[in-house]
Design a protein around this ligand. Structure first.
Ligand code: SF4
Length: 513
């Protein structure tokens, strides 16, 4: 059983730090389908570099290491109680080693357990089977994409698509709508698992199970195979693109399963997974606990290396400037920026997520935020033996959660820029215009890429909120992000949403009779 724990630890580390070959191939194909010089193309290049860096550094691909969900198949008679203990112990060790972020939070008090253990964490499902080896599959699905999961109850009226009935065509509409509503917020381009039928719980379970299928497998059910192919084609015509920046590739994979339902219920459940599609599996020898086989081959042959930089020229439709700025920022510098500009930041920035935003609305800031840059980020941090903090992963988190607070905080403290992912809403856009600030979209999931840009940890406040929610003061050099909401009332996110809704409407007519 000691070796079983070691095998689980290796599975966790591999899943968190190294994307399997089928996922890499899908991302590589997306790169080939986009013009490298567009925002989507540049984002995919960053993603590719990030994948490479995570593998080389054996560090988390994304700072949100997600909800660890294990699915085990075990021989009859295997001791599930001991296996559960060993899995929990391996999770705690991987967290201590900085391979997983401290991600388990008390739902009532907000206290972080600090080791990824707690009621409901990790998720462990056991099934018995006739074989005498142990199969363990693990998926690490982050909160940003988890929040974009959606469940439909048919019949339904869907924005852009009209009535969705209780038939294959209604299911088609739900799936397309699920991709549309996610926009770039789940760190597109994404993968979806779809569960047709069941009740509300088993429908979502089935959807998540689909994510364990290989990206390149073929559905044995002809109707579902046809639907999967249709969705891949249609969803990639919505123009949402990587990070919701617009582009040719919005969906990297679609897997659909069906189970029986009650006559009165007709659920279509969609599990949305970001490009950082971290799932892996192993077959373990039940006798000695050693790994016999990896279930998703590593894909060492798929290089994520980039072509020479010279090929990247801005596309005519996407004029942009590159502007280098040092923090703190002035109102003049910020009002000079336009949607599409690439900003390269040097100097100190401050992380802030949900807990900090809620706090700052009613309290003073412990540091001067006049001209400051707030980064929506919950990093993975490790303290060395000398007591110095180091950033292990530091990509952006979903900004939309801060929408109720952001405008007030910009006004109250004179914040000049907010970095995050997925964009923000009308209230923030109005505050950017009124008070002279910008929203900068960093590449969601590019946690290693951004960790490289952070040269020093200057300090931290509110560690009592937990490591991800604390206010980290980080010294950056060459931190690149794209202006997607400017101080002139422009929002790339609103434009892409508007355009993709118009494109969605072309799929209103029935396809599957
Ligand atoms: S890539 Fe984006 S959605 Fe996925 S886990 Fe990371 S931050 Fe969350």
């Amino acid at each position: 059983m000691e070796q079983f724990e070691e095998s689980i630890y290796r599975l966790i580390v591999e899943t968190s730090t190294n994307l399997p070959g089928d996922v890499r191939r899908a991302i590589k194909a997306a790169q080939e389908a986009e013009d490298r010089a567009t925002r989507a193309g540049l984002s995919l290049s960053t993603i590719a570099s990030n994948i490479q860096m995570a593998e080389c550094n054996v560090s988390p691909i994304c700072q949100d290491t997600g909800m660890p969900t294990f699915v085990l198949h075990v021989p009859v008679g295997a001791n599930q109680i001991v296996m559960k203990e060993k899995i929990r112990s391996a999770i705690a060790r991987a967290t201590k080693d900085g391979k997983l972020r401290t991600n388990s939070v008390d739902s009532l008090t907000g206290a972080n357990s600090g080791d990824n253990l707690g009621p409901g964490t990790p998720v462990i499902h056991f099934e018995q089977w006739e074989r005498d080896e142990i199969e363990v599959r693990l998926i690490l699905k982050g909160g940003g994409c988890e929040n974009k999961n959606i469940q439909y109850s048919l019949p339904a009226e869907l924005e852009g698509l009209g009535k969705a009935g209780r038939d294959l065509d209604g299911i088609r509409k739900c799936i397309l709508h699920a991709v549309y509503q996610a926009q770039g917020q789940g760190c597109s381009a994404g993968f979806i698992g779809v569960g047709i039928g069941g009740d509300r719980t088993t429908g979502y379970e089935l959807a998540k199970q689909q994510l364990f299928r290989r990206v390149d497998d073929v559905n044995p059910v002809p109707e579902l195979r046809q639907l999967e192919e249709y969705i891949m084609d249609a969803a990639n015509k919505l123009g949402i693109g990587t990070m919701g920046f617009g582009g040719n590739v919005t969906l990297l994979g679609c897997k659909i399963g069906a189970i029986n339902r009650l006559p009165a219920s007709f659920f279509v459940s969609v599990a949305y997974n970001c490009w950082a599609f971290r799932r892996q599996g192993v077959l373990i020898d039940a006798g000695n606990g050693e790994i016999k086989e990896w279930l998703y081959p590593r894909g060492d042959e798929v290089s994520m290396e980039e072509e020479p930089e010279a090929a990247a020229q801005p596309a005519e439709t996407e004029q942009r400037r590159e502007v280098r700025l040092k923090t703190p920022l002035t109102e003049e510098q910020v009002r000079n920026l336009r949607v599409g500009d690439i900003v390269i930041l040097d100097g100190e920035i401050h992380t802030g997520r949900d807990a900090l935003h809620k706090y700052l609305v009613d309290h003073d800031s412990p540091v001067d935020l006049n001209g400051a840059v707030i980064y929506h980020c919950g990093p993975v941090m490790l303290k060395d033996e000398q007591g110095e903090w180091h950033v292990k992963a530091a990509g952006p988190t979903t900004s939309a959660r801060e929408e109720p607070y952001q405008g007030d905080i910009i006004k109250k403290f004179g914040v000049r820029a907010v970095i995050g992912k997925g964009g923000m809403g009308k209230k923030t856009l109005a505050a950017l215009k009124e008070h002279g600030a910008v929203y900068l979209n960093a590449i969601g999931g590019a946690a290693q890429y951004y960790a490289e840009c952070i040269k020093r940890v200057n300090g931290v406040h509110f560690l009592e909120f937990g490591i991800p929610e604390a206010m980290w003061h980080l010294e950056t050099e060459g931190f690149a992000a794209i202006v997607t909401m400017d101080a002139h009332g422009n929002s790339l996110h609103a434009d892409v949403e508007h355009d993709s809704l118009a494109k969605l409407e072309q799929f209103k007519e029935p396809v599957f009779k």
